[in-house]
Design a protein around this ligand. Structure first.
Ligand code: NAP
Length: 485
């Protein structure tokens, strides 16, 4: 991997990071490229003991970090932001090497990660309390906001840079210290970001990184250790449920960003070309491996055939290959399990009457490349309409009735993101308000922004990341009542 890097010396030490402390066990785990299988790094496989030590460090550092002025915390976040911007090419290369996404997408993710640091460097200065008109003249009543304390954070492999930034920048801005465990497949970009955090000047113990291949043991320690006051997790709904249960003994606060099953609805009055472009973005970005990926495409009868034809045509232009190759727009899937899942969804759909209009196969017999696929004649009885596929598969469901489609779109345990295309203003408002989702893209296939609250309803999660609301998730509200005045 090192051959891709400009700052070789800086990142050569990712596997010997001072922030890691001293690994107790001599065990290691390998990080490999999903594209070529190349061994990228061998990292210390840290366990409960190292996690406990990292929590202790974070706990010691927390009062000092919270006691800094907001401006002082903000200055360090700004420096970290600038270092990430300065090293964006290297971070993107590390990301592509370990995760597989095309280099241009990796670069855009790193830019997005830096934008969170910038946003929360600014927001650190805008933590406000309030004064309340007291019901009697001898009292004064007010509310102050204070950091929650040590935060345990766990991140997934699909956005290994931006998920780290989205979680820890509001926590740090609020005055919390953190212990982070990145996903086993993609720890290197997190390691590189932490190397830059060291240069930015965070005091000892404020940011702590745990490399580990066994997420469950680390998760249990973070949830059961009383020094950790909050867990912030992004990943599958299944693991989110488990962590929430583990946190319940101590009534520990949780923020959960979990799975989705996003509907993407195209009404008869939509601009079809714009809807096709939006579907390409919402479905095929990151090879369909995003929590907000369009998972079910509902297209109204009057525009169904035109939409399918235009989408299939655009899909042909997407090129599949190694993320480092110029012009590639779809990289490999993360692993063989992901490949097996998309294949099983297609097989199930075809057995129940679905028609593969484009793609449907692996690219090559080695590796995990899969053709972008368009499937039509899809019905609700198919697995693809019920479960998150997490791959480059666009299943299209034809619908007639506008009210019915909203009911169907809402008929899921998930509530993360939804999209729809329409032009009638009355319909736009009605549908936007009726969709039971934390985020709704209207005539757009892309809506993530550091300035907006990202998060889900129902079993897609608890809390929001990004925007001013993201900061609130790391603050405790304290009411002060002053009597005898
Ligand atoms: P995952 O299996 O839940 O893993 C996510 C993280 O949790 C990884 O760091 C993993 O560590 C760790 N983990 C796994 N089992 C654990 C346990 N028992 N206790 C504590 N930690 C544990 O999810 P994934 O497959 O990596 O990510 C894909 C999922 O994330 C999809 O469902 C996607 O929708 C969701 N996601 C949601 C958002 C959002 O913002 N809502 C964003 C991105 C992804 P190991 O790697 O060591 O197993």
């Amino acid at each position: 991997m090192i051959r891709y890097l400009k700052s070789r010396e800086l990142f050569a030490g990712i596997d010997r990071m001072p922030a890691l402390g001293t690994p107790v066990s001599a065990r290691t785990f390998e990080v490999t490229s999903p594209s070529t299988g190349e061994l990228l790094a061998e990292l210390p496989d840290m366990g409960v003991e190292e996690t406990r030590a990292a929590i202790d460090k974070a706990h010691c550092a927390q009062p000092g970090w919270a006691a800094l002025t907001a401006r002082e915390r903000s200055d360090i976040l700004w420096r970290w932001h600038q270092l990430i911007v300065d090293h964006a090419d290297d971070l993107a290369a590390i990301l592509t090497a370990e995760m597989g996404k095309p280099l241009a997408e990796a670069k855009s993710e790193v830019t997005h990660a830096a934008a969170y640091l910038q946003w929360y460097a600014e927001e650190a200065n805008r933590i406000y309390g309030e004064t309340i008109s007291a019901p009697s003249t001898d009292r004064r009543m007010l509310v102050i906001k204070q950091p929650i304390g040590v935060v345990g954070t766990i991140t997934p492999w699909n956005f290994p840079a931006s998920m780290v930034a989205r979680k820890i920048s509001p926590a740090l801005a609020a005055g919390c210290t953190i212990v982070l465990k990145p996903a086993e497949q993609t720890p290197l970009v997190a390691g590189a970001m932490f190397a830059l955090a060291q240069l930015a000047g965070f005091p000892e113990g404020v940011v702590n990184l745990i490399y580990a291949s066994e997420g469950d043991a680390i998760g249990r320690e973070l949830c059961s250790n009383a020094k950790v006051r909050k867990i912030s997790f992004t990943g599958s709904t299944e693991v989110g449920r488990l962590l929430m249960r583990q946190c319940s003994d101590q009534i520990k606060k949780v923020s959960l960003e979990l799975g989705g099953n996003a509907p993407f609805i195209v009404f008869d009055d939509a601009d079809i070309d714009a809807a096709v472009d939006g579907a390409i973005q919402a479905k095929f970005r990151n090879a369909g491996q995003t929590c907000v990926s369009a998972n079910r495409l509902y297209v109204q009868s009057g525009v169904h055939d035109e939409f399918v034809e235009k989408l299939a045509e655009k899909v042909c232009q997407l090129s599949v290959g190694d993320g480092f190759d110029p012009g590639v727009s779809i990289g490999p899937l993360i692993d063989k399990r992901a490949l097996a899942k998309i294949e099983s969804h297609i097989a199930d759909a075809v057995a129940k009457g679905g028609i593969v209009r484009r793609g449907g196969d692996r690219v090559g017999m080695e590796g995990t490349l899969f053709q972008p696929t368009v499937l039509t004649e899809v019905s609700r009885a198919m697995t693809v309409a019920q479960e998150e596929t997490f791959g480059p598969l666009a299943p299209i469901i034809r619908f007639q009735d506008a009210d019915q489609v909203v009911r169907e779109a809402n008929d899921t345990i998930y509530g993360l993101a939804a999209y729809f295309y329409a032009s009638n203003l009355k319909r736009v408002w009605r549908v936007a308000e009726a969709l039971e989702y934390g985020m709704v893209g209207i005539n757009t296939g892309r809506m993530s922004s550091e300035a907006a609250p990202f998060g889900g309803m129902k079993q897609s999660g608890i809390g929001r990341e990004g925007s001013r609301h993201g900061l609130e998730d790391y603050l405790e509200m304290k009411y002060l009542c002053m009597g005898g005045i």
